[in-house]
Ligand binder design. Structure first.
Ligand SMILES: C[S@@+](CC[C@H](N)C(=O)[O-])C[C@H]1O[C@@H](n2cnc3c(N)ncnc32)[C@H](O)[C@@H]1O
Length: 211
């Protein structure tokens, strides 16, 4: 638990981000090897790319506040990167072993993040799920926000990694639950990180750009 990070070639300690990403890579690789073909839907996003997008959001003062929520947090790495940038970060994940893995990685890298085991979609969202071309989403009766004692509309920034065909579903969920002014970041394998903002109570979010 308390191991010191290795030094780089010049004898310098790696930054906290480098240390986190190095440790995450090795743990995720091992996890994927052990769970090859189980079809449970965990694939890590490109953390360097997502971190660069988060850094730009901070530099450009795009977020109206500090509350960050990762939908389907997997190993929780994006939530941890957000916490290192000063966000109060929360992750929701439906697979309990991944929640434990994320909590362990956060403790090891001393990232202050809270994870909830549960779903960010409830049975009330079945109408949205039914419209998806293809979806891995699983819903539960109650939402995981209750564990945080926060309402979804309190979050300033959401992050998600939609599977191909789920993009509109993420947008629709964001429009349903976020408050006006909140940001939605989504990772897309081919194009990078899309940043959008909710600008009105209904209607699609406004595209800010690809980061
Ligand atoms: C494509 S992976 C992305 C993981 C992580 N966000 C990242 O960027 O590395 C999607 C994750 O969402 C989780 N998931 C799927 N449906 C969910 C739901 N309804 N509620 C919470 N997590 C869910 C999966 O178990 C998986 O870990």
């Amino acid at each position: 638990m308390d191991q010191m990070p290795d030094t780089d070639l010049d004898g310098n300690a790696p930054s906290r981000v480098t240390h986190l990403l190095r440790e995450a890579d090795s743990r995720i690789w091992e996890h994927l090897e052990q769970h090859r073909g189980d079809g449970l839907g965990f694939i890590p996003s490109d953390f360097q790319l997502v971190n660069a997008a988060l850094e730009r959001i901070v530099e450009e003062h795009l977020a109206r506040g500090h509350l960050f929520c990762e939908w389907g947090s997997g190993f929780g790495v994006v939530s941890m990167l957000a916490s290192l940038l000063g966000f109060d970060a929360y992750g929701i994940e439906i697979q309990s072993d991944l929640v434990l893995a994320a909590e362990d990685l956060a403790a090891y890298t001393r990232c202050d993040v809270r994870f909830a085991h549960g779903s960010f979609v409830t049975s009330c969202d079945e109408d949205l799920i039914a419209t998806a071309k293809r979806s891995w989403w699983r819903s539960t009766e109650s939402s995981a926000y209750e564990e945080f004692d926060l309402e979804p509309e309190e979050f300033d920034l959401f992050f998600g990694y939609p599977w191909p065909g789920e993009e509109d579903l993420f947008d629709a969920l964001f429009v349903r639950y976020a408050s006006v002014g909140a940001l939605l970041l989504t990772f897309h394998e081919t194009f990078g990180v899309l940043v959008q903002r909710k600008t009105c109570t209904s209607g699609p979010p406004a595209v800010i750009g690809w980061y």
